[in-house]
Design a protein around this ligand. Structure first.
Ligand code: SAM
Length: 423
């Protein structure tokens, strides 16, 4: 199995669309950082510099996590309690609220260990082992941030920190048993439709069928498809996703060996502190245990979907393309559809499920084409796709990185479609 960060020859990267702490389930952050940017072929020196900064800014977010989370989730709250009148402070203390905040503080420190491990396993920025000599590590960290500040860079932007929190919740969606129900509802119908397409072929003979999953997030859908015998490639352009998926895919030795506390930063819509403090263990399935690894290949590519799969060398290479919560990440969905068309073999199938939360809608300075579902489907027909009407589903009720214990729940009423590129 290969799941290396740069398994695509000209690794490129792109934007991240991660859940926000508040409100809508996936964000509209378009700061232009944290993504692979350069093109096929030799990058120019400015592209190279942009790439180095994209990686460095994401590394900085992981490293800055403890300081940021303690300031925002803990110290600010303790200060507010300190500023209460003494009788009020005593009442709040008697409720266990101060103890709860202090417990969250300890768990942030636990999360920080995971963040450091993720960066260390990515080999980005030649970070020394955080579990090794504490003095060496501290000095490296100091130097890292001094270098960034010396170069006039942000320590870490708010939007990046929000993406980091979102990445923790994506661990739950993709790699925990707590996420199993969300995956059953979301990935289940996609996998079922794919298996239906190739139902005459036994899993051990499906290695010749090549399936692409653009916008693969943390890679679970791609992995689950590969576990059905298909040779599968996930594609991502967000370094948050690439670092985190690389960690799970390549550094996991046992099921549930890592622990994350994704909800400790969230103090609203919480019924009990047990809900907020609960541990989530990952990965619930061991990526190195692929049932058909002798016949089916698994890989992740780093790069912008259009740049990688719109290229000549990807033309008519894929038997199936599976898009999940992805099509609405487009600035120009026509370009996404053209790319799918380019990459699909004649007779190949495109299976899609998701909402239409156009990611660049109303973002200042960004161009964006927002279509209704009906316009989207009409467009795909105009481009030549032939839909299987029997497989179309509207009103598919889905969540995206939902906290099942939260008193606030968002649901999407998504649509699913299956289309073929005619022979
Ligand atoms: C809403 S998330 C969905 C992730 C995953 N499919 C899932 O269902 O959990 C969209 C993903 O697409 C990725 N993405 C957005 N635009 C992309 C592009 N042009 N090329 C590659 N990946 C992209 C984002 O980084 C993000 O991980």
């Amino acid at each position: 199995m290969s799941g290396d960060l740069n398994s695509h020859s000209d690794a490129q990267c792109g934007s991240g669309d991660l859940p926000q702490e508040h409100g809508h389930s996936h964000s509209h952050d378009h700061g232009g950082h944290g993504h692979c940017n350069h093109n096929h072929g030799q990058p120019s020196s400015s592209e190279h510099d942009a790439e180095v900064e994209a990686v460095s800014s994401v590394v900085a977010s992981f490293l800055y996590y403890k300081t940021y989370a303690l300031d925002n989730a803990i110290y600010r709250r303790l200060k507010c309690i300190d500023e209460l009148s003494e009788p009020h402070r005593q009442i709040v203390a008697s409720l266990g609220t101060i103890d709860k905040i202090k417990r969250a503080e300890a768990l942030i420190r636990e999360n920080y260990k995971l963040m450091l491990d993720i960066v260390h396993s990515s080999s980005a920025g030649s970070m020394p082992d955080p579990a090794g000599d504490a003095g060496v590590f501290k000095e490296w960290l100091k130097q890292f941030f001094e270098n960034r500040q010396g170069a006039g860079k942000h320590v870490a932007s708010e939007s990046h920190m929000s993406k980091l929190y979102g990445t923790m919740k994506l661990f739950v969606r993709d790699w925990s048993s707590e996420g199993a129900e969300e995956r059953r509802l979301t990935y289940g119908p996609l996998i079922e439709a794919l298996e239906d397409e190739f139902s005459g072929i036994a899993p051990e003979s499906r290695g010749e069928i090549h399936v692409l999953v653009p916008g693969a997030g943390l890679g679970r859908l791609a992995y689950d498809i590969c576990c059905r015998g298909f040779s599968t490639q996930g594609n991502e352009f967000s370094y948050f996703m690439l670092f985190a998926s690389n960690y799970i895919l390549n550094s996991s030795l046992e099921e549930n060996e890592h622990v994350v506390y994704p909800y400790i930063h969230q103090f609203s819509h919480v019924a009990s502190s047990e809900d907020q403090m609960r541990a989530v263990y990952i990965p619930d399935a061991l990526p190195s245990n692929m049932p058909y690894s002798a016949t089916a290949e698994f890989s992740m590519t780093a790069g912008d979907f259009i740049e990688v799969y719109g290229a000549e060398d990807e033309k008519e290479k894929w038997n199936a393309i599976v898009t999940c919560f992805f099509m609405d990440t487009a600035r120009n969905v026509l370009a996404y559809l053209e790319t799918i068309w380019n990459a699909l073999k004649p007779g190949g199938v495109w299976i899609n499920l998701g909402p239409l939360l156009w990611h660049f809608d109303n973002v200042a300075g960004e161009s964006s084409i927002e279509l209704t579902r009906d316009e989207f489907l009409k467009l795909a027909v105009k481009m030549g796709f032939a839909f299987d009407e029997k497989k179309h589903k509207d009103d598919v009720v889905l969540t995206y990185t939902a906290d099942s214990k939260s008193m606030l729940q968002y649901t999407y009423h998504a649509f699913m479609c299956v289309a073929r590129k005619p022979e």
